[in-house]
Every structure is written in C-alpha cells, then in structure tokens.
Write a protein that binds this ligand. Structure first.
Ligand code: ATP
Ligand code: MG
Length: 428
C-alpha cells in the first residue's frame, strides 16, 4: 500500500475531501501537524474526521521547514513515503521542500515559493513580460513609503497582504485615508492563524476592472493540462468576498481561449512544473490579467463542480501526481447511465451583519430540491463576524443543471430563499 505524507490541512471542505480521496484510492497516510487539537475529531454526523483515519498523526514543528524535513525523513525510514501533499496554503512550500529532501515527486520549490508570495509572483510575471497591474510594495510601518507607493500605483488600487489567503485584508482603496486604514488593520495581524510570523510588507496593485475567473489545470513533467474555466461572483463588505462559482464559466469560446492561454503562460513564467494549480484572473478591457497562481486544487468546492460536470476529480489528480502516477482523467460522458449535468454552481451564504445566528429559515427546502447536489449550513448559535472575507460563510449550496449556464441562476434563486435571523437562540 502506498504511503503519503499529509502536511497540515485546511479545516474546511478540502480538509475533508483530500484525506477522503487519499483513503478512497487505497493509499494510507501519515498526518503531520504541529497542533493536532487544531483539527476536529469528528464530522458533524459524529463519524471520525478523515484526517484522523491515517496510519498515524505525528506531531512536529511544521512551521520550521528544516525540522519538518527531518521528521519526514524519520517517518520515511520507518515506513517509506511515496508522496507529500498539503491542502493548506501556508504549508505548500514546506511540502515542496520535504518532497525535494526525500527525492519524491513534487513541484520546483522556488516556483511554489514565488506563487505563495504575491509580490514575488508580480515580479516574476513582470520579468517574463506578462502584462499585469501597476504595483508597488512598502513596509506596513513606513507611512512615507506607503504614500509614495500609493501615488506611484494610482487610485483606485487594491491593498493586499503578500502571504495570506481567503481574501483576508484585501481592500479596494480610492484614496489615501482608506489605504492607511487598510494597512493599519493588516499591521495588527502580525502572525497568521497557524502561528507563522507574517511578512511586514504590503502590496499595492492597480485595481483591475473586469469579470473574474479561474483556470483549473494540472501539470506533469512540465506539461500543463487545463481542465476548464470557472467563473466567480463577488460581494460581501469588501466587494472581494467570493459569493459563488459556476463551472464551466458562462463565457464566449474566444474569451475562454484567451484566459487559458494567459493562465498557462503565467504558470510557465513562474516555473511551476508539477501538481494541480488554480489560477485566478480578471478579464479586463485590455485583456486577461493574473490575480494570483495557487499551486493546489481550487477551494470553495470548485473541484466538486468540475467533478459533477466532467467526472475529473482534481483532489484525486493531486494525490496521483504526488505519488508520481499518471492521473486517470479520462472522464466518461455518463455515470451509471445518467448523463452528466452540463453546469454546476456553488453559492455561499455570506453574513450581512455580525452577531449570533438565531435561525436559518428555508435550509431544509433547499436541501430537498432535486437540483441540489449538496448543501451545508451553520447551526443556530453560531457566532459570526460581518462578511469581510471567505472565512465568514454561513453555508453553501451546490446545484447541478442539464443546461450549460443553468446552474448559477438556480443556485442564486435557492440561496435567496434562505433568510437569517440574528439574536439569542431561543430555547425550545
Ligand atoms: N489588482 C486587483 N484588482 C482588482 N481586484 C483584485 C486585485 N487583486 C485582488 N483583487 C480581488 O481580491 C480578491 C482576493 O485577492 P487575492 O486572490 O489576491 O487574495 P487571496 O487572499 O489569495 O484570495 P483567495 O485565497 O480567496 O483566492 C480577488 O479574487 C479579486 O477579486
Ligand atoms: Mg485569490
């Protein structure tokens, strides 16, 4: 039985999907984490969480890459490891470093480091002549340099951390006071949720106007295979919270080709040569512009949308690539004699205010709708902040449709039938 090393994990959907996919392929895994207590023991139905079902949970300081490689070597000596993966962005470079240290399949470490640092990504794309937004960096604590950087970029601009995810602290600014506020907020977040010291540098980018998409690809031996293009809807307090996705994107064939070409050029430009990759772009009037390149499968259930429509299971592809195998991606037209849906969409419920969720009305009717593939919502009593980033969802619904662009409107309609009341949870 092949043995995979999982280095940390998200606790959201991919944190369940990935270990489940590993187990479903008859592969055993060791879960390496600095804090086992960060992860749930069980799923909501009381069954053990898939992260707990590996051959062992090993505790070691994964925030120290050298220590992580050392412990991986020790595990490897006891039970040879055939591949390394993580679903958590903060550990992608460490997973690549372990793969390199143990001589296992994996992406070029430097490419992963570039992808995980938004300012290095910008610099690498600039060097390769790939058009992007005007951008500048400045230390979060240096107001004069920040001001100069903002003037150089011009308004409107986007203030963003170089090393976070889920849209955290990403803000549009139309003037200097807003830049200052956004940077003040960011300065207060010096350590990320995994206890890692954050970069003291902030990135300012020209605001790119246009619809947003992502291109989902996998790479083996440097060859890029693109599975398709997903579209994205945005909202929330910042305007940058992901509120939904549809696969395939509702897009003219020419635009699709342009987006795929831009994503593949960017992946090549940063030297990414192995693994599953999720590239985010905006289609502006001047053409496609890269937002960022994530060297991992897409989150927010995009991989589930793709699986419903194409049969291609990108978490599974990620596992196969990590093990050095050729991915089995030949998708069948139909599954068990039932034609595949032609579109699939997810819609997230974003809280409109901070508070305690007293009740979510309408979730049972949504779950029972025949077009709904899955849905999950927070329970009453959940404490929520306002919808400032992708961490604040109250739930989501995944819908499939026999029509090419049918899933998104249906998902939107179903989600709009749900209403939230806030306040104390009434005793029943
Ligand atoms: N230069 C820009 N112009 C316009 N919008 C932008 C720009 N940069 C970022 N955004 C918006 O902010 C969102 C979050 O930015 P980005 O993807 O860089 O951050 P993130 O924290 O890595 O997000 P995630 O992990 O959710 O993908 C983007 O999806 C996009 O909507
Ligand atoms: Mg992003």
């Amino acid at each position: 039985m092949a043995h995979l090393l999982l280095v940390e994990s998200w606790v959201g959907a991919m944190g369940t999907l990935l270990p489940r996919t590993v187990a479903d392929q008859g592969v055993e895994f060791t879960f390496l984490t600095r804090r086992p207590e960060h992860y749930p023991e069980t799923l909501t139905d009381g069954s053990p969480h898939p992260l707990r079902l590996g051959r062992a949970v090993v505790t070691a300081e994964t925030n120290d890459p050298v220590a992580a490689v050392d412990v991986a070597r020790r595990i490897h000596a006891e039970a040879p490891i055939a591949g390394v993966l993580t679903s958590c962005d903060y550990y992608l470079p460490t997973a690549a470093r372990i793969a390199r240290g143990l001589g296992l399949p994996g992406p070029a470490l430097e490419a992963v480091e570039i992808a995980c640092d938004k300012s290095r990504t910008r610099a690498a794309l600039d060097r390769m002549g790939i058009p992007g937004p005007r951008h500048a960096t400045a230390p979060v604590a240096d107001s004069a340099r920040l001001h100069a950087a903002a003037e150089a970029v011009g308004y409107p601009l986007v203030v963003k951390p170089t090393d976070l995810c889920a849209g955290m602290f990403v803000r549009r600014a139309d003037d200097w006071p807003t830049v200052k506020d956004a940077v003040d907020d960011l300065r207060g977040f010096a350590v990320n949720a995994r206890g890692q010291q954050r970069s003291p540098v902030v990135l300012l980018e020209e605001f790119l106007d246009g619809r947003e998409f992502s291109v989902e690809s996998w790479i083996r031996q440097g060859d890029i295979h693109t599975v398709g293009v997903t579209d994205k809807s945005l909202g929330g307090v910042s305007g940058f919270v992901e509120t939904g996705h549809m696969f395939p994107a509702d897009l003219a064939a020419g635009d699709r080709a342009v987006l795929v070409a831009a994503a593949e050029a960017a992946i090549g430009a940063i030297g990414l040569d192995h693994g599953v990759v999720h590239t985010e772009l905006r289609l502006t009037t001047f053409g496609p512009r890269i937002i960022e390149i994530n060297p991992r499968p897409a989150g927010n259930q995009i991989t589930e949308l793709i699986r419903h429509v194409t049969g291609i299971d990108l978490p599974r592809v990620a596992v196969e690539l990590a093990l050095g195998r050729e991915p089995a991606t030949v998708a069948s037209e139909a599954e068990n004699g039932v034609a595949r849906p032609r579109s699939a969409a997810v819609r997230m419920l974003v809280p409109e205010e901070a508070g305690i969720v007293a009740e979510l009305h309408g979730v049972d009717a949504v779950a029972a709708h025949p077009a709904v593939a899955s849905s999950a919502f927070k329970a009453p009593g959940h404490h929520t902040g306002a919808g400032v980033d992708n961490n604040s969802y109250l739930g989501s619904v995944v819908v499939v449709s026999p029509d090419r662009a049918g899933a998104r409107p249906l998902a939107e309609e179903l989600l709009s039938s749900i209403s939230v009341t806030y306040g104390e949870v009434s005793a029943r």
